[in-house]
Design a protein around this ligand. Sequence first.
Ligand SMILES: Cc1cc2nc3c(=O)[nH]c(=O)nc-3n(C[C@H](O)[C@H](O)[C@H](O)COP(=O)(O)OP(=O)(O)OC[C@H]3O[C@@H](n4cnc5c(N)ncnc54)[C@H](O)[C@@H]3O)c2cc1C
Length: 355
Amino acid sequence: MSAARNGGGNGRVIIIGGGIIGAAIAEALIEIGTEAVIVAREPGGVATPGSFAWINNNAPCEPAYSALRHRSMELWRKMPEGGPVRMDGCLVWDVEPGDWDARAADFRVRGCAFRELSRDEISAMEPMLADVPERAFFHENDGAAEPDDITDALISASGAQVVVGDVTAIETASGRVTGVVMGDERMDADHVVVAAGVGSAELLSTVGVKLPMQNLPGLILRTMPMLPVTRRVILAPGVHFWQTNDGGMLAAKDFGGSDPAEADTIAEEVLGRIAALFPFGGPPMEAGRSITMRPMLADDRPVLGRVPTVEGLHVAVTHSGVTLAPVIGQILAAEISKGVDDPAVMDFRIERFWN
Ligand SMILES: Cc1cc2nc3c(=O)[nH]c(=O)nc-3n(C[C@H](O)[C@H](O)[C@H](O)COP(=O)(O)OP(=O)(O)OC[C@H]3O[C@@H](n4cnc5c(N)ncnc54)[C@H](O)[C@@H]3O)c2cc1C
């Protein structure tokens, strides 16, 4: 693909990080004709394969963040059917009795596509559900991505080169990026993107840039394949889960930080709740569990775009990276290749931490 034909170019971009964020940026850059190389210690990512991978705009958040999530979900909806992304919606009844109206008002204000369903409507939508709640929110634009496959799918689609390596420093000269250092080796670059998840703060510190993070662990359980019981993401009290393409469930208890010492108790509770909701799938048997750090900034918002103190250096670190990957790819690719400042990124620049 020629850079000139696609309006891209601007030299060679090294993306440090081979998770969903690095892959989405590489794909978007290559799509517009810019050379992009991924350098990653663990290709496929770290947080990405340990993620619940729900694509959503569910939790209350500021308008700019909500708009970013909506935009990304629209991009996910353009992915072909049958692959590692499924946009079949989400059913939520994990809501305190007095909170339904406030939740609905928040969804309305933020322009979320949602409906409140009655018991009969839920039964019609989820015929295998045994313990049917009185009401639920249905978010038709939500979805989920297979956490083990999505990064490879994006990389294969783009044809991006992946170099396995441990970046020890970002190299600069006269205030501009010149490459990355991997122990005794180095690679030239005109632009470097730090998309290294929880490893990002350490990398940025090699050029004197501070990134305050507050990463938290999250426990995800996987079950052995079960009969297909639902295509949706389900958030019920004390458990959330969805069924991946191979029939296994991805499940967790809550969205907070999990205490590894309580993993056995949590696993028992979570599997018991799935069994009560969908008994016809057979008793869920644990196939494995992971406790993974969620990359989170100190203010729990994404950090995106150029680093003003080092020319040619860009950053893309966030929680909810599965939801946000396509829009982050689009924004970073336009910034790097064409010098376009997407208005959506203004609220998420790194400088906010420096005041
Ligand atoms: C338990 C859990 C549940 C989650 N649930 C959701 C959810 O439901 N929905 C959602 O949208 N998001 C969710 N997230 C968040 C989401 O998974 C992350 O935001 C996303 O995966 C981050 O992707 P990433 O590419 O930035 O990081 P990662 O996947 O962690 O990839 C980082 C990459 O950087 C590389 N790297 C790091 N340091 C270096 C170095 N020095 N040199 C070379 N390479 C380096 C790593 O090897 C890796 O390839 C969840 C996360 C967790 C852990």
